[in-house]
Design a protein around this ligand. Structure first.
Ligand SMILES: CC(=O)SCCNC(=O)CCNC(=O)[C@H](O)C(C)(C)COP(=O)(O)OP(=O)(O)OC[C@H]1O[C@@H](n2cnc3c(N)ncnc32)[C@H](O)[C@@H]1OP(=O)(O)O
Ligand SMILES: O=C(O)C1=N[C@H](C(=O)O)CCC1
Length: 238
């Protein structure tokens, strides 16, 4: 049974997906029961999307605003309580096999007088529960990148120099955020506007990233600094 399910999931996801031996049949049935209910909701609500290339799975209490701005590849999973405001100038694109964790908020626009730009998420990207993706400037995320719980992205800064004018009326600067492919963003990391994170980088839990991070770097702290590079131990051993 587990083997058959593993084969099915591998085919569905287009990559090896082997279930662990210890998973019990009743738990597996519970998961599939939930997936079936999500699939039904996704099938109905997915009609409002601009484009969908396959199954969409949507949990309970999910809020989606301006669904007509969303395009997605197959197997988009939006877990319970997630909230997507897709109102923006150039739309929201999710690749295939994207999962959006419980209570994650994707917020493209804050106020109607300043619409957000765009969000582009690659294939096989996973957001753990409680992430906050504040689009405003454009946000681009490469394939196979994963986000720990409660990561936040803020693609905008307010101008604040003038003491005579409320900050909220001084305008904003939007440079956008780019996160490469195969990155791992640790729990509660905060990524600020203008930051580019290179392919294969790791951001430590709790980091505040306000400068670019090179590819394959492991960066952490407040503000984040490069602590080491991935693969450097192996290179030293050789
Ligand atoms: C989908 C999901 O992601 S769900 C799971 C979510 N999990 C997480 O968020 C965990 C994120 N992991 C971390 O933050 C880890 O500490 C990593 C990956 C950054 C580093 O782990 P390791 O490679 O094992 O490195 P190690 O623990 O040896 O630490 C290396 C150095 O970085 C420092 N460091 C490690 N983590 C952090 C951190 N979060 N902030 C600041 N400094 C850190 C260590 O103190 C150490 O410094 P030192 O050399 O001066 O002693
Ligand atoms: O390991 C993964 O891949 C992911 N894990 C997260 C989780 O455990 O909640 C979600 C994002 C992808």
């Amino acid at each position: 049974m587990r083997k058959a399910v593993s084969r099915f999931l591998s085919k569905l996801k287009g990559e090896p997906y082997i279930l662990q031996d210890c998973i019990q049949l009743k738990d597996l049935c519970g998961v599939f029961g939930e997936r079936f209910r999500q699939l039904t909701r996704g099938w109905l609500r997915g009609f409002a999307f601009h484009r969908r290339d396959g199954a969409v799975l949507i949990g309970k209490h999910v809020k989606i605003k301006c669904a007509g701005n969303i395009s997605c590849g197959k197997n988009l999973l939006i877990e319970d309580g997630a909230c997507i405001n897709a109102l923006c100038r150039q739309g929201v694109i999710f690749g295939r096999n994207v999962s959006i964790g419980r209570n994650t908020v994707i917020d493209c626009t804050g106020v109607l007088r300043q619409l957000g730009e765009s969000l582009s998420v690659g294939n096989c990207v996973g957001f753990s529960p409680g992430c906050f993706i504040g689009v405003r400037g454009s946000v681009r995320i490469g394939d196979n990148t994963i986000f720990g719980p409660m990561v936040s992205l803020h693609a905008e800064n307010h101008v604040y120099e003038d003491l005579a004018v409320p900050i909220r009326l001084q305008g904003v600067v939007r440079k956008g955020i780019e996160i490469g492919s195969d990155c791992w963003i640790g729990a509660k990391a905060t990524i600020l506007d203008g930051v580019r994170i290179g392919d294969g980088a790791v951001i430590a839990a709790g980091a505040v990233v306000n400068r670019d991070v090179p590819g394959r770097a492991v960066a952490g702290g407040v503000p984040a600094k490069v602590m080491k590079y991935r693969g450097s131990r192996k290179e030293k051993e050789l």
